[in-house]
Design a binder for this molecule. Structure first.
Ligand code: HEC
Ligand code: HEC
Length: 227
């Protein structure tokens, strides 16, 4: 009896939480309020700089949650955190509603970073395997996205982020498709190291800590090309 009651109480508490997250914003008001954000996130939420995430077509629930986290300090970034400080709950809901209605742009093929200049030349010559090409990495990333790695318990991304990288609105799982590869690599690396993790369950930390740097790059390249 007691357990049943507790489950109901938790259920009600969760409904309450999601009601706050899904407070309907006004996209028209959001457009005006987002003027301050365009210098980095681009007109219509399609940023040009690869380290500034695109916000276009992202779920309003997820955007509002991230803005709350930047404001409360649950998520930290020296550039972004100060931007969220002056925003009210209503501002966040309006801005989130605006970006959610915009269409995300596609990306061109990712380009491998130049080899590390600090690396010893002899070491490079002695390296037994050549690093993978971009198409090889994309194929590897596509496989990981769809199937995960059962042996090493890396969950398949598709389970939460969807077959097209469309995410999940009610669960506030972010859409990922066509995001900048550089930003995706940073986000996954931050989850891996624990620098980012504002969900109590910390699902992404559990997943990313089992991924190698090569897998992070591979899956980021794949996602950046998803439409
Ligand atoms: C000076 C540049 C700059 C400005 C201006 C700026 N941002 Fe950001 N924003 C960033 C950076 C950089 C990140 C990525 C932070 C990280 O790596 O964790 C970010 C991340 C975000 C995210 C998280 C996206 C995701 O996919 O998780 C949201 C939401 C966001 N910004 C909204 C806004 C809003 C709304 C405004 C205007 C009120 C704004 N930003 C203004 C630089 C900026
Ligand atoms: C169990 C569900 C789940 C699975 C499986 C999962 N994710 Fe996530 N992912 C989440 C949640 C929840 C968040 C939002 C975390 C937050 O609020 O900071 C997230 C956030 C992200 C982000 C940050 C997006 C942004 O705009 O900043 C990236 C990138 C990401 N996931 C990639 C992946 C990849 C790659 C995989 C597969 C290797 C994966 N996820 C598997 C639930 C999941």
């Amino acid at each position: 009896m007691k357990i049943k009651f507790l489950a109901v109480a938790v259920g009600i508490a969760m409904c309450g939480a999601s009601a706050i997250l899904h407070a309907e914003g006004n996209p028209r008001a959001g457009k005006d309020k987002a003027a301050a954000c365009n210098s980095c996130h681009g007109d219509n939420g399609n940023s040009m700089a690869p380290n500034f995430p695109k916000l276009a077509q992202q779920h309003a629930s997820y955007l509002a949650k991230q803005l709350q986290a930047f404001k409360s300090g649950g998520r930290n970034d020296p550039i972004m955190s100060p931007m969220a400080l002056p925003l009210s709950e209503e501002d966040m809901a309006d801005i989130a509603a605006y970006y959610a209605t915009q269409k995300i742009s596609g990306n061109s093929m990712p380009v491998l970073p130049p080899p590390d200049e600090d690396e010893d030349e002899d070491e490079q010559a002695a390296a037994p395997v050549k690093s993978k090409s971009v198409p090889e990495l994309i194929a590897q990333g596509s496989n990981l996205y769809r199937n995960g790695d059962r042996q090493r318990e890396v969950s398949a991304c598709i389970a939460c982020h969807g077959p097209f990288g469309e995410g999940n609105l009610p669960a506030a799982f972010p859409a990922l498709r066509s995001q900048h590869a550089d930003y995706l690599i940073k986000a996954l690396t931050d989850f891996k190291t624990g620098a980012r993790g504002n969900t109590p369950e910390n699902m992404m930390h559990m997943i990313a800590q089992k991924m190698t740097d090569e897998e992070i790059r591979a899956v980021a390249y794949h996602i950046s090309m998803m439409k």
